[in-house]
Design a protein around this ligand. Structure first.
Ligand SMILES: *Cc1c(COP(=O)(O)O)cnc(C)c1O
Length: 390
């Protein structure tokens, strides 16, 4: 049979992807091209009016007085810790379940990470933090993470801060606009750090990040640290970084992406609501939403009993791509053996380990269509590999 005689292959549906940057480009093309033209023709490419205008817009939206654009979210956390006066070798309490960047930032700022377990939602367990801080009252630093786009209980976080005199950098990389109780994430810590990595809810067309604070001296130190530690031109007061948000990303973020963030968040929430209504909990169980959290659904994490790899392969055969956030608890990462000192790990971290072993992230992004969401639900509910459904 010659190639031309072959029966046509059955039409395969387009794969369901984790992020659709091409669809996003269709949505933002006009405004992004306008931003490129404006920056290019302005002749100002680094730390000019575009970064300043984006910082002002972001700070106003967040309700904090200062935003400082940085090269990425990792640097924003490091700069935040340094601006808060972290001393070399000082303990920083944090979570074992996050992007490795959270811990890497602590190490790069000269801190010594201490890990306590997470709660059933996968966010750092504030009771375990309280117990650690009672036992170790000299601890001054905490880096909590609003993981998956959910907010930690911010009233309890504030209680911890006040009882123990804590300096807090809230890692809001996954949780821009999330609310916990009656307030937004990033308003309890002295610093909030955010990332504009393309997959994040407010993603740039490349790397970017920012830290936010209500405290003018912290903002001033952060501005110096991101730009070689300069206090004035060629006057270096600190051993800083080169971590500047560039004019082009700032202009694109302000013109094209920030104005769509409400719409994108609403779309993510619709997908999450449909998943939560449609998924059969006997097959896959969505991780519980933390009490009081009005999340922004950066990810849609579920727990899969049984063989996770087989479940993901089953979905992939049906054209559905998935992720794992995160398969290895941070204290188990090989890179930590090169840390200047041993990290501290409180207990066996059973919840973090259970989530790391069985979590799967289903596709969720602002351009996911209803039919795609239904395909994901049907494919999940058809899975027969777990012990719940023999
Ligand atoms: C993405 C992310 C970071 C790091 O941000 P980058 O911009 O990639 O450096 C830090 N913490 C969390 C929780 C993240 O998801």
């Amino acid at each position: 049979m010659s190639a031309t005689d072959r029966p046509p292959a059955p039409a395969r549906p387009e794969p369901v992807v984790l992020n659709d940057f091409r669809a996003q480009w269709e949505r933002i093309r006009g405004r992004a091209q306008g931003a490129l033209e404006r920056v290019g023709s302005s002749g100002r490419l680094i730390l000019g009016p575009e970064v300043a205008a984006f910082e002002t817009a972001l700070a106003a939206r967040w309700g904090l007085s200062h935003a400082v654009g940085c090269g990425n979210g990792l640097d924003a956390i490091e700069i935040g810790l340094r601006a808060l006066g972290l001393a070399p070798g000082e303990t920083v309490l944090t979570t074992p379940l996050s992007a490795f960047a959270t811990t890497l930032a602590i190490l790069r700022a000269g801190g010594r990470p201490a890990f306590v377990d997470v709660d059933e939602s996968g966010l750092v367990d504030l009771d375990a933090c309280e117990e650690f801080l009672r036992r170790r009252p000299r601890t001054r630093f905490l880096v909590p993470v609003h993981l998956y786009g959910h907010a930690l209980d911010l009233a309890r976080l504030q209680g911890l801060r006040d009882r123990h005199g804590l300096r807090i950098v809230e890692d809001c990389a996954q949780a821009i606009d999330a609310r916990g109780g009656d307030r937004g994430v990033g308003t309890v810590g002295q610093v909030a750090a955010v990332s504009f990595y393309p997959t994040k809810n407010l993603g740039a067309l490349g790397d970017g990040g920012a830290l936010l604070t209500a405290d003018p001296p912290i903002a001033a130190r952060a501005r110096s640290l991101r730009d070689y530690g300069q206090s004035g031109r060629y006057r270096h007061e600190h051993l800083g970084l080169n971590s500047r948000l560039d004019e082009l990303q700032a202009a694109i973020l302000r013109d094209a992406l920030l104005p769509l963030l409400d719409e994108f968040t609403a779309a993510r929430r619709r997908v999450a609501a449909r998943y939560r209504a449609g998924l059969d909990p006997a097959v896959v169980r969505p991780l519980p939403i933390p009490a009081g959290s009005e999340g922004v659904w950066h990810l849609f994490p579920v727990l899969v009993p049984g063989d996770r790899a087989a479940f993901r392969a089953h979905l992939e055969l049906l054209g559905i791509l998935t992720g794992e956030h995160y398969p290895v608890p941070i204290p188990d990462q090989a890179a930590l053996s090169a840390a200047p000192g041993p990290c501290e790990v409180v207990g066996g971290l059973p919840r973090a380990r259970a989530i790391a072993a069985s979590e799967v992230s289903l596709p969720i992004h602002p351009f996911l269509g209803d039919a795609e969401v239904e395909r994901v639900i049907d494919a999940c509910n058809a899975w027969r590999g777990g012990p719940c459904t023999p």
